[in-house]
Design a protein around this ligand. Structure first.
Ligand code: PLP
Length: 459
């Protein structure tokens, strides 16, 4: 046999020792420039950037923007992992998982917490519909409990909504305020309910010195462009419970990449079940890692501004300021007040805007708004994505006595949302700006209201 014909496994020459075609990086400078364009650099800056870099500067085959599989050449952990490590350190929790959105975080959390067909979760009458929809995505039924003047879940309203089907309660820390977690936890522990905190609207807020998200069993964050930190779309789940974390990862990474031995049989009952892929991309993680590093500074700036304004506000007979459950933990990117009537709210908001202060009203008299349970149509219409396929028609729920009425529930949420005036705060305001805004608020309120030194204080 000629040497040429000898098999390589027997010491012969390789048929294909090396490719001769010259590879191009799969993801190269054009993609990098496309990201730079999305950042909004000027054409001149883009030109300078393009001149400074070329495909030949890229290491290896160029970047791999997936979280798994491709270690970075200098062995830096993937950005997603760095993002999670920082979250565990900051929030004082054992585990964190970066996911593609706040909704994804909630879906994974509810599944992990044991929400499924035949179960119910108590959600606040005011929050965002993603919470109750995620309950339904997990197969459960959301049951709304009313709020109080903090605009958060009223702890005294939870117990009345608990049924033998209830498995969790999901307080939302809404609009930079925090839910009153101590009594919520007490009720939840008494009834053996899991507590899933929705922190999408208040990352960085604290309750009695602890970051929201680290207080209940699982914390869910949205890290999106619409929140105080976040570049595009992203989310995070945090927990200190190992088993819950396994189940969060199984839902969010159903391909099993999270597992120590990916394709191995279950290590314990309840570890494996159908999941999806909610992984956060490396591009988004790279931005969100930097955003998370800035979180405390952002919150501190908002706190300083809101405190300075609140400390100067007079009290009025016709005005109830929003209750702030923890003045030290409150972020304060919005301030809220409840004038006695919707007509007064409208007048106050209009007058504030005329003074140059960004203020708005929502709720009653406005277009339906999916923050208040009465308007959360995809939930309260009780429809499924196919006829007959909704959680409300599930025999596993019905046979356990399941029934829920969404008509006329949460009257406090409807009333307060219909009367509230929200004032938007800018973290970059100077002390002079704060003083002028405070004076402007007092000016408007003094024109329409009666001074009441014994009125409800602002914080
Ligand atoms: C309270 C609350 N929960 C959940 C979400 C959903 O987050 P995402 O838009 O990242 O899915 C939002 C988004 O606005 C929210 O406000």
């Amino acid at each position: 046999m000629s040497k040429q014909a000898q098999l390589a496994v027997d010491g012969g020459p390789k048929a294909f020792p090396k490719a001769s075609g010259k590879p191009q990086p799969k993801i190269g400078i054009e993609e990098f420039m496309s990201v730079a364009e999305r950042f909004g650099f000027t054409p001149a800056a883009l030109k300078r950037l393009r001149a400074a870099v070329s495909d030949t500067d890229l290491r290896g085959n160029g970047p791999n923007l997936a979280r798994y599989a491709c270690p970075f050449p200098d062995d830096q952990p993937p950005k997603g992992v760095q993002f999670e490590q920082l979250a565990t350190e900051m929030f004082g929790v054992k585990h964190a998982l970066a996911v593609s959105s706040g909704t994804a975080a909630l879906h994974a959390a509810f599944v992990a917490a044991g929400v499924g067909p035949g179960t119910e979760v108590i959600c606040p009458g005011l929050g965002f519909m993603a919470t109750s929809m995620a309950v339904m995505m997990a197969g459960g039924v959301p049951v709304f409990a009313d709020i109080d003047e903090s605009l958060q879940l009223d702890p005294s309203k939870i117990e009345g909504q608990i049924t033998p089907r209830t498995v969790a309660v999901a307080p939302t820390h809404h609009w930079s305020n925090v839910a009153d977690m101590a009594p919520i936890l007490r009720v939840a522990r008494r009834h053996k309910l899991k507590v899933v905190e929705d922190c999408a609207q208040a990352p960085g807020a604290k309750y009695r010195g602890r970051y929201v998200g680290s207080i209940g069993d699982i914390g869910c964050f949205s890290i999106s462009a619409y929140k105080i930190i976040g570049g595009g779309e992203g989310g995070m789940v945090v927990t200190s419970n190992d088993r819950l974390f396994d189940r969060v990862r199984q839902l969010a990474e159903g391909g099993g990449l999270w597992r120590p031995d990916r394709f191995a049989a279950p290590r314990y009952a309840g570890e494996l079940f159908p999941g999806t892929n909610y992984r956060l991309s490396e591009l988004e993680s790279a931005v969100d890692l930097v955003q998370l590093r800035k979180l405390d500074q952002v919150c501190d700036r908002f706190r300083a501004v809101s405190r300075r304004i609140l400390s100067q506000l007079a009290t009025w007979r016709e005005i109830r300021p929003q209750t702030i459950n923890d003045p030290d933990g409150f972020i304060g990117y919005q301030l809220r007040l409840f004038p006695a009537t919707t007509a007064l709210s409208a007048k106050i908001a209009t007058a504030l805007r005329a003074e140059g202060i960004s203020a708005g009203t929502r709720g009653k008299g406005h277009a339906p708004d999916w923050h208040v349970s009465a308007c959360m149509y995809p939930v309260i219409l009780k429809a499924g994505h196919i006829k007959g396929g909704s959680v409300f028609e599930d025999p596993r729920w019905l046979s356990r006595g399941g029934r829920v009425n969404y008509r006329g529930v949460c009257p406090v949420a409807q009333d307060l949302y219909g009367r509230e005036v929200a004032i938007h705060i800018d973290q970059w305001w100077s002390e002079r700006d704060c003083d002028r805004v405070a004076r402007g608020i007092n000016k408007v309120l003094s024109a329409y209201c009666t001074a009441d030194p014994d009125g409800k204080p602002w914080s």
